[in-house]
Design a binder for this molecule. Structure first.
Ligand code: SF4
Ligand code: SF4
Length: 441
């Protein structure tokens, strides 16, 4: 694709990067066929190629974002299905990230929109605030029908899972799983777990299962003091300063831990956060102080399944015959190119795993997308649930909390995290929601 940036514009390294990305695009349109929003609306501007043109035009002219550009870029899920499809290796994610920052700097949204986005950025990355908000939302349920749809979506989220009680996970946690001596030769022996922000409030059992599962393999799991949200939620809202503050807290904490006690990996069990951590090196590449520490975090970041081999999973519970529909989270399959491995792990643990038709399509969760674009998100969930129910599973497994909640709102089939199933099969407790299946297993 030809670009028309001036030399002065290209002096800006972010624009130079966008120029490189844009030039890789040969506008073949293959990506359009696998874009969930294009499939729903049939509008070229709701597909990756159309969005690339909109971003190109906005950046080349160096003008403030306009309402049309904002509308179609806001509708992008950042699911990255287009990156998997693209034969030319166009890095759509870095282009849209920059376009969103430009929108955030130059476009004034209607006040309701601004208020909602500010609220999400204020509440979600902070477990204590989020826990409080969920409790408050439950009192507001009787007024549900009087609220705008976006706020209804938030209330529904509160209804699916009440906030878990317990301590704020951003507090330091001592070594939670001690290394087993018989596994001391394992290459990965000490890891830091990203505690996360929303997940420990809505589903603390995921971190618990991760710690138990890795502990059984002799891996010591710690939560470094000062770590919490990875910054992805605000990053996708285009709020760069908020993202930097949250990411820097994590980067400093892990580098401190690395220097003092050593770390073999940073383990993530929410794949949206994993994609973010693996991109820290790029996001901080020009930061004099944080470029190297951020790159170290990206090198060490691993989805929890990457630390496991099928041979590690000696089943201690007979789960044969339990049909698991594996939902491949976009941030895992497209963002981190991890798809078959979790399926292999589940099979090694004894489950019967079925892939979901149209598995490349997003469920509509996408961070805060289901709250900001509820109509499109609801349609994507309906489509996903239809596909899941078509294979008649006993349970749905996913590696990302956002997907779990999005899907659970549309089906009675229990939805659990992949590590909860692996932990259960290898001796851990029954995952929440599967109690009725315990006898069957
Ligand atoms: S598939 Fe790649 S090269 Fe083709 S239009 Fe899409 S982004 Fe451009
Ligand atoms: S990230 Fe997903 S929604 Fe956005 S353009 Fe690419 S395929 Fe479409």
């Amino acid at each position: 694709m030809q670009t028309r940036f001036t030399q002065a514009q290209l002096a800006d390294p972010d624009i130079a990067e966008c120029d490189r990305i844009l030039r890789a695009c040969v506008h073949c349109g293959f990506c359009t066929a696998t874009c969930p929003t294009y499939l729903l609306t049939g509008d070229e501007l709701d597909g990756p190629r159309g969005r690339i043109y909109l971003a190109k035009d906005m950046l080349e002219r160096g003008r403030p974002a306009d309402a049309i550009t904002v509308k179609h870029l806001d509708r992008c899920l950042t699911c990255l299905s287009c990156m998997t499809t693209c034969p030319s290796g166009v890095h759509y994610m870095h282009l849209i990230d920059h376009a969103r920052r430009h929108i955030e700097r130059t476009y004034r949204r209607p006040w309701r929109e601004r208020a909602l986005r500010s609220l999400l950025a204020f509440v979600l990355p902070h477990p204590a605030r989020f826990r409080f908000a969920l409790r408050a939302a439950r009192f507001a349920r009787p007024m549900r029908s009087l609220l705008p749809q976006r706020l209804r979506t938030m209330l529904d989220l509160a209804a699916v899972t009440p906030p878990a009680s317990g301590s704020d996970v951003t507090e330091p946690t001592p070594a939670a799983a001690k290394p087993a001596e018989e596994r001391a030769s394992r290459a990965v022996r000490r890891v830091a777990l990203l505690p996360g922000c929303v997940q420990p409030v809505l589903r603390p059992s995921v971190n618990d299962a991760t710690i138990r599962l890795l502990g059984r393999l002799g891996i010591e799991v710690i939560v470094a003091r000062g770590t919490g949200c990875c910054g992805a939620l605000v990053h996708h809202l285009g709020r760069e300063e908020d993202m930097r503050a949250q990411a820097i807290a994590d980067i400093e904490a892990w580098n401190g831990e690395l220097a003092s006690h050593g770390l073999d990996a940073i383990v993530v069990n929410a794949s949206g956060c994993g994609t973010m951590l693996k991109d820290y090196g790029f996001l901080f590449r020009r930061d004099e102080r944080y470029a190297a520490p951020a790159a170290r975090v990206s090198e060490l970041a691993r989805d929890v399944t990457e630390l496991l081999d099928p041979g590690d999973l000696a089943p201690r519970r007979n789960v044969r015959g339990l049909r698991v529909a594996y939902h491949s989270a976009c941030s895992l399959q497209h963002g981190q190119k991890i798809h078959q491995h979790p399926i292999g792990l589940l099979r090694a643990a004894g489950f019967e795993v079925i892939e979901v038709p149209e598995g490349h399509l997003c469920c509509g969760s996408a961070g805060t997308y289901n709250m900001l674009q509820p109509e499109l998100a609801d349609r994507l969930r309906e489509r996903k649930v239809r596909n899941i129910e078509s294979v008649r599973p006993d349970v749905v497994a996913a590696g990302n909390l956002g997907c779990m909640h999005q899907i659970a709102q549309g089906t009675r089939i229990p939805v659990v995290h992949t590590v909860e199933l692996l932990d259960w099969a290898t001796g851990g407790p029954t995952p929440p929601g599967l109690e009725s299946l315990t006898d069957a297993a």
